[in-house]
Structures are given as C-alpha cells and as structure tokens.
Design a protein around this ligand. Sequence first.
Ligand code: A3P
Length: 289
Amino acid sequence: NKNSPHVFNGVSFPSIVPVEGLKALENFETRPDDVVIVSYPKSGLNWTYEVVTLILNNADISKPKLPLFTHVPYLEVMHIEHGKTYAEILRDLPSPRLIATHLRYSMLPPGVHDNGTKTIYVARNPKDVVVSYYHFHRMSRVHPDPGGWDKFLSDFMSGNVVWGSWYQHVLDVWANRQKRNILIVRYEDMKKDLPAAIRQMAALLGRQLTEPGVQLIASHCSFDSMKSNPMTNGSKVPMVFNNDESQFMRKGVVGDWINHFTVAQDRTFDSHYLRTIAVRGMEFEFELI
Ligand code: A3P
C-alpha cells in the first residue's frame, strides 16, 4: 500500500493517520499519571518505549507481553486490527498509560501542554534520521514510496515527508525545554551510556530502581538483544513491514550517514542545518562512536 499522503495543518501524513483522528486530539483527555514519549520518526522511539515500559514495571522483563509495533500506542495512528486510532483505544485503558507519538510537541493534545504531563522527547542527529527514514520507507507498506536517495534527502530537508519537517519538530520541543515535566533524551547519549539515560528517565517518572534493575533494563534493551528478540524486532508484523527490503532493527549505530551522503550532499545539508538548528543552541553528535 503506497498510498499518497494527505496534509493536515501543513504537515503531511500517511493514510494510517486519519484526519478525523488528528482533529479529535483537541478533545483527548489526559490523566495526571500519563507518560508521553515523543519523537520524530526513526529517532529511537520504540527503543525508548521498551526502556520506559520496563522502568514503569520495576525492571520486570517478563512484563512486555505484546510484540512492540502491534501495541505501541501512537496517538495519531490507526490500530491495524481495531479500525480506530490508538487515541480512542487509550480512552478505555487503565492508568498509568504510556503513550507514544510522532506528532510535534505543539500538535499534542492541549492537556499535555497545560497539565504538565510527564513527557520524554527522543532526539537523534538528522543525518542518521534521514538515512534510517529512507530505509524505513522502503520496507514499510504504509509509507509512501521514497523515490531514490537523492530525492528523499532533498524532500527531508524541505520538510516534504510524512510527519513533516524534522527541523520544525525539534525546534518545537526545544522552545519548551525549560518545562520541568519535559526530558529531552538524545539517541547518541543512549548509545554511549544507556544506564545513565535510564536513571534520568526514572528520575523524571519518580521511580526508584535498584542498580541491578538499571543494568537488567540496559542489557534487555541493547541493540543486539532487541534485534534477536521476536517481541521487539519487528518480525511479527509482516502486514506492515516487508522485512526482505530492510529491517526495523537495521543498524542501530551513530554515524551510518557517512555511507549514504556524498561530499556535496553533506556540505549542502550542513549549511542548512547551521542556519536552522545550530543557531538555536541545540546540539547533536554526528560522528561514529
Ligand atoms: P536504524 O535504522 O539507524 O538502525 P524508531 O523506533 O523511532 O522508529 O527508530 C528506529 C531506529 O532506532 C532504527 O535505526 C533502529 O535500528 C534503532 N533502534 C531500535 N532499537 C535500538 C536499540 N536497542 N539500540 C540502538 N538503536 C535502536
């Protein structure tokens, strides 16, 4: 299904994100103990979702009972089997709810802004994001055709991709970074020191973990462990992922962009990035670690 996307509030979405569902978010009722994980696509949301699920379950690794992807409740996305959006399904779920979304911060339900909902924003350097997003478009049956790499890269830079501009997405949350209920976590930092990121997230959520608990979560959520675990590696949703094209757990590294960008593309990308992001003080690491 390579349906062409539609546009809502200036942002392009695939057909699995229905307009009615986006409009209905205006009235989505948040609860004081909701936890929201927000990221631009391909920035490590599913990884963070697994980590936070385990934090909320006190490092009990038997707790995630459904394969990731069949149940990650992306607020705006249509549930494959239920024929309604997760936002509707979430209305009937018990607390505490863990909610995921790729919507930019300003598009989230008003309650998230007004009531101080605990929010974890995962950010990843844009060069690795665009590479990951390109391969994801190739394998996903619900995303539009990416075209060739050169075209996709230029669409990404102009924000003409589904879920919109990466630049706008990170600037949106950056403008809200002083709020006490928001934690911005970087993919690169999670790669460097996952236990430290787990402790930071647990602190935001007011959860006490023992040190062995932190280590257990970190080893369960390493790339190799999640890649070999059928519950987390995306192999259980062949109706959405064509795993012959690419894999959900593709490489999981920092710096793979170097294998895709030409020198000229890198130069153009950098000057655009400097104008839009770096001037606002938000920093990313791009080099292989
Ligand atoms: P790559 O395509 O670069 O490998 P999202 O969940 O937001 O869609 O992000 C997907 C990206 O996160 C993919 O990047 C995927 O491999 C990576 N990822 C998922 N789990 C990971 C883990 N445990 N450690 C490192 N990277 C992970």
